[in-house]
Design a protein around this ligand. Structure first.
Ligand SMILES: [Zn+2]
Ligand SMILES: [Zn+2]
Length: 265
């Protein structure tokens, strides 16, 4: 197999750091041989804007109606799914349910980037903090998110390697914690392609997907998927996908080949 026929990790311009129109992403997915494309823009949260990171809550209904219109328009060419990439935030369990049930989203994926601090503000795990302390916070929140059973998979679980200078004992310990939880809660881990794009490599020499991490994942037989994490229609370029497939083959990873096995409803 050269590539998966689905990708459910796609952003839109609404988050403030992605380019192109919704339709251009659909066309790029079709052109690159995908049979299923899922939109999963960064979670919009009522009363909690985060400029340049997530769309304002006022955009949520436009997001839903635009993607639903594309579902219908392209139904003979590609299956389109509507979702969101969500951080686990402790007080938002009801909100995830609301998105799935009331707003009719097809799926949610779990992507930890920041948390809500004691001043009730968004804060990045790795800002102004020792990376080893930050990693613990990051993984604890990720595991709490896994426990909810509402998320289709964990986005970029090896995101933390960006902040390290070696894949050391702590990295191994954290990787094992993530794998044990993924096994226990039966949730797939995503090989995320955002970490190998040119702009990203310039910004950070130590990138994800990190091979040593996936070598440990293979020991556990945890389910694995691949996410384009598109922020530009050009991100559907198949060369990146082939890199991920090499990792899958090299480590004999347990790849989820049917997108329906990811959906929770
Ligand atoms: Zn993003
Ligand atoms: Zn993303």
């Amino acid at each position: 197999m050269k590539q998966l026929d689905y990708n459910i990790h796609t952003h839109t311009f609404r988050c403030g750091h992605a380019r192109g129109t919704d339709e251009e992403y659909v066309l790029a997915a079709i052109k690159n041989g995908f049979k299923v494309v899922g939109f999963s823009d960064h979670m919009m949260v009522k009363g909690r804007p985060q400029n340049g990171i997530r769309g304002d809550y006022s955009l949520i209904d436009n997001y839903i109606s635009c993607i639903n219109a594309l579902k219908e328009k392209y139904k003979d060419q590609i299956t389109i799914l509507l979702g969101m990439e969500c951080e686990y935030f402790p007080k938002m369990h009801d909100y995830y349910e609301f998105l799935l049930k009331e707003k009719g989203l097809d799926f949610l994926i779990l992507g930890q980037h920041c948390y809500i601090n004691s001043d009730d503000q968004y804060e990045w795990y790795f800002d102004n903090r020792d990376p080893y302390e930050a990693i613990d916070l990051y993984v604890e929140d990720m595991i709490k998110g896994m426990q909810l059973g509402l998320f289709s998979y964990v986005c970029h679980p090896d995101y933390f390697v960006r902040h390290l200078t070696a894949f050391d004992d702590k990295a191994v310990e954290i990787t094992r914690r993530i794998c044990e939880a993924a096994k226990k809660y039966d949730i797939p881990l995503e090989i995320n392609l955002n970490g190998i794009r040119g702009w990203y490599l310039k910004y950070s020499g130590f990138h994800y997907p990190y091979p040593d991490f996936w070598g440990i994942v293979s020991e556990y037989g945890v389910k694995v998927t691949i996410g384009v994490d598109a922020h530009n229609p050009g991100d559907f370029d198949i060369a990146d996908h082939e890199y991920a497939m090499e990792l899958v083959n090299q480590y004999h990873l347990n790849l989820v080949t049917n997108y329906k096995d990811l959906l929770k409803k």
